[in-house]
Structure formats: C-alpha cells, structure tokens
Design a binder for this molecule. Structure first.
Ligand SMILES: Nc1ncnc2c1ncn2[C@@H]1O[C@H](COP(=O)(O)OP(=O)(O)OP(=O)(O)O)[C@@H](O)[C@H]1O
Length: 244
C-alpha cells in the first residue's frame, strides 16, 4: 500500500503557544489509525491544519503527493479529505435528505439532481438512516445526528476521513453500532484517522496509533505496543483522559 497522507514537520503556533510542534507521520491507503493524546495535546489543531480549517505556521501536508497546505477547506474537500467536528454540525432548518443533498451538491463535479437523490438514498442506507429522509435534522437523536454528519462527510466521496471524537458521548450499544459503521467505511476503502478517547473503540478499530503530548509526537506504531509504551502511559493513559 502506498502513502495516502504525508504530514511533514507540521507546526502551529498561537502567539507564544506551540499547539502542534514538528508533527510528522504518514498514513497508507486503506489504513485506520488513531491520533491519541491528553486534552490540549494538539490533536484537533492537527486535524484543522490537514483539512485547511486553520493555516499551518510551517510544515506541509500532502495527499497522494499533492500539497494541501495553503489551500482553503473547500479545495481540500474536493481533493478528497472529509472531516467531522467535535460538536456535531447539522443544517438544523433542513430535513435529513436536504442536509445530505447539500453535501452531495457541494462536490467538485456535482451530479444531476436525480443521480444526486439516488446517492443520498445510498448514503442514508450506509449510515443506517434509510427511510428517514423527511425527518427534521434538528429533531434527530444524538446518534442519528452523528449518522447524518457521517453521511454528509461521505457525500464528498473522500479518500481520507478525519473523525474528531465522533464516538464520544455514545452509550455502549450505540458505541458498537458506531464502531461497525466506521469499520464498514474502511472496508469500502476509505482511509481513516480517528481522534478518540474511547479506548475500546481504538482497540477494535485501529491497528495503528500515533500519540501526541504537548504538541509533539511521542509514539507511533502498533496500537497494542504504543499503549504499553511507558511514555504514553505516563502522559496519557495514567491521567483521566482516556475512556475505558
Ligand atoms: N484558536 C486557538 N487559539 C489559541 N490557542 C488555541 C486555539 N486552538 C487551540 N488552542 C490551544 O492549543 C492547544 C491544543 O489544542 P487542541 O484543541 O488541538 O488539543 P486536543 O488535543 O484536540 O484537545 P482535546 O482532546 O481536549 O480536544 C491547547 O492548549 C489549546 O488551548
């Protein structure tokens, strides 16, 4: 498998604070990896730079060899990177179908209306929302809002999906549904980077983990080994950050 994502020496400074400090890692096509670390270690800032929502202070991000750094979010989305946010973002005045249709039509080469509507139905099925087209987005339960957010991310046909604590706040049965959904997406060939604190989900989904602390990468490798690394245990697992 070739590298899909190549993050090189990525750095973000907010005034005197270096939130992400010389971060480098690569993701192979088809991989699912976790990006871990205590609160405030720079994970969301790293996702923001990869997806273009915040400019990097220095460093580069390449997707399939193409430079993403310096490009705006819509360009990066068109290049094949989709993301979800820590706080679910929905278009609350629209229904479920319209929310997803809007995302389909945001693509670089949007399909004709009929094809777009068929695609929406497929996306609804993929995330477990079949038959729910006409429901008001704002009245969906939390897990269903998450499903819809995922469908909106998938509408861009991403090569790389960045999930920022997408599983947070789910109860145990919802969590296993969520894990199943992510796993299905990966089986369809989507490469996934998961910022997550739910350790059961990380163990179930991610053969590989990258760990950050205070903006720096402190470990990168097979998840089981990384989670035994004394520095990771000291910085992350020993504290109250990770959720069993
Ligand atoms: N826009 C900003 N301006 C100033 N400082 C910021 C900004 N965004 C993030 N920070 C700081 O950068 C550091 C990294 O934050 P970030 O949100 O990336 O961490 P995180 O690892 O995602 O944390 P969490 O697990 O709590 O989401 C923190 O100290 C945070 O306060």
């Amino acid at each position: 498998m070739q590298d899909l994502l190549d993050v090189r020496n990525l750095t973000k400074r907010f005034g005197g604070l270096t939130a992400v400090n010389d971060l480098s890692f690569t993701l192979r096509q088809g991989e699912v990896a976790a990006l871990l670390g205590p609160n405030g270690s720079g994970k969301t800032t790293a996702l923001n730079m990869i997806s273009g929502f915040q400019p990097a202070s220095s460093g580069t991000v390449l997707l399939d060899g193409e430079r993403l750094t310096g490009r705006p979010p819509h360009w990066i989305s068109h290049a094949g990177v989709a993301r979800t946010f820590q706080l679910v973002r929905v278009l609350s005045s629209l229904n479920v179908e319209e929310n997803i249709l809007a995302a389909v039509m945001f693509r670089k080469n949007p399909p004709a209306k009929e094809t777009a509507q068929e695609e929406v139905q497929r996306l609804l099925e993929d995330v477990g929302l079949a038959g729910r087209s006409n429901e008001n987005a704002a009245s969906l339960t939390y897990i269903d809002q998450k499903r819809m957010e995922l469908a909106r991310a998938l509408a861009s046909k991403p090569k790389l999906l960045l999930l920022d604590e997408w599983l947070a706040g789910l109860n145990p049965s919802e969590l296993s549904i969520g894990i199943g959904l992510i796993s299905n997406l990966n089986e369809k060939g989507i490469t996934i980077l998961l910022v997550e604190h739910v350790m059961d989900a990380i163990r179930a989904l991610c053969p590989r983990a990258v760990v950050m602390n205070a903006g720096r990468k402190i470990a990168d490798g097979a998840t089981a080994e990384v989670l035994r690394d004394p520095e990771v245990v000291r910085a992350y697992l020993g504290g109250a950050h990770a959720v069993a």
